[in-house]
Unconditional design. Structure first.
Length: 129
């Protein structure tokens, strides 16, 4: 993804909260690539995925107009949650600019209370990496 002017502060450095947006997009695309989108999950399964907790380490700044590679991979799957390991790098570079561990919870779409991830979805996500 590309860093736009709106993603940066007055010094042309990506504002820290925007790394979370980049990670959210990568997780969304990860799920979409495996056939799971929030709208159909809500409509057909009655569930949603929501961020439960996260830890983020900022190592080096991304800047205006950088092209970034943002990765997402599942490192743990529990009955009602998934843990993603995520990294952000400049395209073509190996140095990690930002990394995070994000735990998403599966919740009932009506009550927002924890709900088990349907076994078929959990299995497909774990075998999709």
């Amino acid at each position: 993804m590309r860093v736009y002017y709106e993603d940066t502060d007055c010094g042309g450095v990506v504002y820290y909260a925007n790394y979370l947006k980049f990670m959210e997009r990568a997780r969304t695309e990860y799920l979409r690539a495996r056939g799971y989108e929030q709208g159909p999950l809500r409509r057909d399964q009655g569930i949603l995925f929501t961020v439960h907790s996260l830890q983020v380490d900022f190592r080096s700044p991304a800047r205006f107009n950088d092209a970034l590679d943002v990765t997402a991979s599942i490192t743990e799957a529990r009955r009602a949650s998934l843990t993603f390991n995520q990294r952000i790098r400049r395209s073509g570079e190996t140095a990690v600019l930002c990394q995070g561990v994000v735990r998403i919870a599966c919740v009932d779409a009506a009550s927002f209370k924890p709900a088990p991830i349907p076994e078929i979805i959990r299995t497909e996500l774990l075998n999709g990496d």
